[in-house]
Structures are given as C-alpha cells and as structure tokens.
Design a protein around this ligand. Structure first.
Ligand code: PFF
Length: 520
C-alpha cells in the first residue's frame, strides 16, 4: 500500500455539471422514458412524474451533492464513509452505505453490455448492414442472432457481440483510469454537447415528418404526439403508475444509488452545489422530456400507425431502440446517417453513464484502502469483467432483468430512503441546509427545507411499502418466472448476496485498520 495522497478534484465547474448530467442522461432518457410514459397513461404519466421530480428527484440531487461534498472533505468518496462522517457515533450506518457501491456495480454489469450493442449498431449503420435487413422479422432475427440467442445467416455465435463488448469495456476502463478530471471530465465535456446536438437533430427530423404516407392521413405527427401526450387521467388512480413514475425519476437522474455522492466528493469545500445540482437535473430533464419524448414514439406512430404502436410500445425499450427505430430509418432519406446518429447518441449517453457507475467502487478502493488508481482500476476491471460474462452469456435466462430489479429498482428506493432520513433527521435539517448553501450561487426556496425534512422521507417510505407489496415481494418469490430460468435467477441472487457480504467485510476491515492507525 502506498502513502495516502491528496484526493483528485474536478477541473472546472462546467466539468462536474457535464459529468453528473452525463451520468443522468443515458439509455433511460431515450428508451425507458418514452416506453414508460406511453404505457402508463400517456400525458397523465407526466403528473406523477412531475410530482416525483419536484418532491423526490430534485431534493435527492441536492442531498447527494451536499452529502458527497461533505464526505469528500473527510477523504471519503463513497456511502460507507460519507454516512459515517454524517453520523459518527453510529457503528452500523457505514454498512448501509455498502448499497452505494454494490448498486452501481450491479447496474454496470448489464449496462456496459447493452452499451456495447449500441457501438455495434452504430457500426452496422455505417456499413449499410441495417438498411439491408427486411421488415420487422428480418430486423428482429438480426438482433437475436447478434445477441447469441439464435444462430442464422447473420451471425452464428456470440463472437461479434463479444468483440464490441471488449472494445466498450476497454474504453470504459481507460476513461476511468485516466481519472476524474483527466478521463471522466474530459470525455463528458465533448460527449455531452455532441449527444445533445444529435438528439436535437433527430427530434427536429421526427417533428418535421408530417404525414409521410398521404394514403394514411391519420398516421401523422400530431396524432403521434397525441398518442404519447394525450392524458388518460384514470391512470392517476393506479398506484402502479405512481411507482413507475417515481422509479423513472430515480433511474433517469442517477439518484438514490451513490454515484452522485461519489462525483460530488471530488468537489472542493466551497464549490457551489445548489445551482450545479439543479443545472445537471435540468439538463437531464431537457434530454428526457423534450428530446426523449419527441423521437421514438412519435416516429413509430407515423410509420406504423395507431394499431401497431400499442404493440410497439409494449414490446419494450429494446425492441423500440434496436428493431423499430432502424426500420424507421430505412424509410427516410439519409436514413443511414440518422441511424448512425441515433446509435452514437445512445452509445455516448451510455458511456457517460457507465463510467459513473464504475467510479464508486474505484473511489472506495482508493479512499479506504489507500491503493493507487492503477491498482483500483485493475481490481475493478477484473471483477466486473468476470461478472459481465453473466450478462453476455445468460441474457436469455432472465439474468439481466434480475440484475435490473436489484440494482436498478430495489437498491434505489432503499438507499434513497436511508440517505434522506440520515440527511434530514440525523445530520439534521438545519445543519444540512447550511451545508447546502455553503458556497452556493442560488438560495434554494425555503419551502424545500420542509420538503426535504418531511415530504421527501414520507413519500419515500410510502413508496417503499407500496413497492414492496406490489412488485418487491412477488418478484422475490419469482412469480411468473419460467421454470427454466429459476436456477439462473437463484444463482444470480447467490452471487449478489456474496457481493454484498464481501463489501461489508471490506468496510469492516477498512475501519478496523483506521482504528488501529489512530491508536498507534
Ligand atoms: N441515469 C442513467 C439513464 O438514464 O440511463 C442510468 C443510471 C446511471 C442509473 C447511473 C443509475 C446510475 F447510477
């Protein structure tokens, strides 16, 4: 172990805002959001979505920026240490912080693989491969063969997908290795503007589609937007819709999982968090509601019509992205260029998110075990590379869905509840409020002091209970899981449990070392 060095810092304010926005803007904005909105009441979905954004998303953004910067001041970049600095007297709170390293690793394991499909599809757009495939069936069989689920004239085996996975994995590892300002910040500072420009170009293209087929006057853009945005107010009575909206807000903002804590821990003591947190959240919402809402669903409606669109929306985010969109690009002029922009946009959105998922584990090793960046990255890359094999080879056995359930849903709600209560009630809202405003460039409306103290925690607890009853318990009991997948799901859970246990042991070791050092 080497001698403890100073922690890294962000190079500029724009840099960290772009990095946090980069983490937030991801596949969730362009694929998950439109599908959730279309399937959960259309325009009415936006009511619970907005309520969740104002009462959960934005408060959590501020909480994580503030708590992260606070913990960073004590040399901690991850939840175990940050929680411990906020509640020094409690011996157990650091173990709850394990979720803030575990959750991001779990998401990383499947997210990085899906990201690699996007790189591959950007390439297939350029080579003309995608434009040569015929119809829905052709596009679908290409995707399934690429994923190694079937073998046909396109691919026999997982080789090509594996190659793109390797490239994606190496690029991720390289960026993380280059560090906070030299890697993450540098990448996000160019990738974010590029992806936003691509998003605007695609949205404008879709919004100027009009009525592409004059023989079908009803298949027009206005109706396409209407399909997504016309409100079905009866959906508001359904608690599932509220859960879906809140879940989307967490996922899209990257809050409730620990990554923003880690990013914020590299701020300096008096760097602003209030305005920066709000700016990164707003950038994400622009990319989600304006761009994400204007691309896939309206475009699919215009080309597939009112009857098909329901199936398309229900077939899920992957089908929409990898099957429906390339079919649409076949029908418009310069389709290959637009297809490239679409997949490149998603790839850039993906990589700026996956590097943020990797950082908590790296910071944990560096901060708590005093290992060098190089060693930390090597350990992380080796472990996650092995774990990623499950996503690659067991995709057809429900493993990715299982990882998404634990990492992308369960951990978010649980971790958010713990950190909010810790922040407002244990650390104390008065101290927290002062901390939030130290170095701040805006004053947060006073109302939010009460929201963060009462409304956010209460909302979270209610959400947690409803979520457990409606989705958590049935999923844990594997209801609806085909028999053939049960073994794989069980094994996945075993491995995940092992990971939590190992991380808890590591926390224990780190703190014991620290205590020993203090006494010697
Ligand atoms: N916010 C990302 C998206 O919308 O795709 C996903 C994500 C990244 C979730 C990082 C959580 C996270 F920590």
């Amino acid at each position: 172990m080497s001698v403890k060095k100073d922690r890294e810092n962000w190079g500029s304010r724009l840099g960290i805002i772009m990095a946090v926005a980069g983490s937030a803007v991801g596949l969730g904005n362009f694929l998950r959001f439109p599908v959730q909105a279309a399937n959960n009441g259309g325009g009415a979905f936006m009511i619970p979505y907005l309520v969740s954004l104002l009462l959960l998303g934005i408060p959590l953004m501020w909480i994580e920026w503030t708590a992260g910067r606070f913990g960073g001041g004590f040399g901690h970049g991850t939840a175990p240490g940050i929680f411990n600095s906020m509640w020094e007297k409690n011996r157990f709170i650091k173990y709850f912080g394990v979720i803030g390293i575990f959750g991001p690793i779990v998401i990383f394991i499947y997210y990085a693989y899906i990201e690699s499909w996007l790189l591959a599809y950007s390439f297939f757009s350029l080579t003309g491969k995608l434009s040569s495939l015929e119809g829905q069936a052709g596009m679908q069989s290409f995707l399934s063969a690429y994923q190694g689920l079937v073998s046909n004239e396109h691919f026999s085996g997982i080789g090509t997908a594996y190659l793109f996975f390797l490239i994606t994995f190496v690029v991720n590892t390289w960026v993380i290795y280059k560090g906070i300002s030299g890697g993450i910040e540098k990448l996000c500072k160019w990738a974010m503007p590029v992806l936003l420009v691509f998003g605007v170009i695609l949205a404008v293209r879709v919004l100027t589609l009009g009525t592409p087929d004059p023989a079908k006057p009803g298949w027009n853009l206005a109706n396409g937007l209407g399909f997504l945005w016309n409100p079905d107010f009866s959906a508001l009575k359904n608690s599932k819709v509220w859960l879906a909206a809140a879940g989307q807000v967490f996922f899209t903002l990257s809050v409730g999982i620990g990554v923003i804590l880690t990013y914020a821990s590299y701020l300096k003591k008096h760097n602003d968090v209030a305005l920066s947190g709000l700016t990164s959240a707003s950038t994400n919402e622009f990319a989600e509601v304006i761009l994400g809402g204007s691309i896939v669903i309206p475009a699919a409606f215009v080309f597939f019509g009112p009857e098909q669109i329901v199936n398309v929306a229900q077939s899920g985010a992957f089908n929409l992205g990898f099957v429906t969109m390339p079919l649409i690009f076949q029908k418009i002029a310069w389709g290959s260029v637009f297809a490239f922009m679409w997949f490149m946009l998603l790839f850039l959105a993906g990589i700026t998110s996956s590097i943020s998922l990797a950082q908590p584990a790296i910071s944990f090793l560096e901060d708590e075990f005093n290992v060098t960046k190089k060693e930390a990255v090597m350990i992380f890359a080796t472990v996650t590379f092995v774990l990623c094999q499950a996503s690659v080879f067991l995709l057809g056995h429900g493993v990715v869905d299982e990882l998404d359930f634990w990492g992308g849903t369960f951990c978010l709600v649980l971790f958010a509840t713990i950190e909010t209560i810790l922040f407002s009630w244990v650390f104390g809202i008065d101290r927290a409020w002062d901390e939030m405003h130290s170095g701040a460039d805006i004053r947060i409306p006073k109302l939010y002091k009460y929201v963060i103290k009462y409304v956010t925690p209460l909302f979270l607890v209610v959400l947690l209970v409803f979520w457990l009853l409606q989705q958590g318990i049935p999923t844990v009991l594997m209801s609806g899981v085909p028999d053939a997948n049960r073994y794989f799901i069980l094994m996945t859970r075993l491995v995940l449990f092992g990971m939590v246990a190992l991380l808890a042991v590591l926390v224990n070791i780190a703190w014991r070392h620290r205590a020993q050092k203090k006494t010697t």
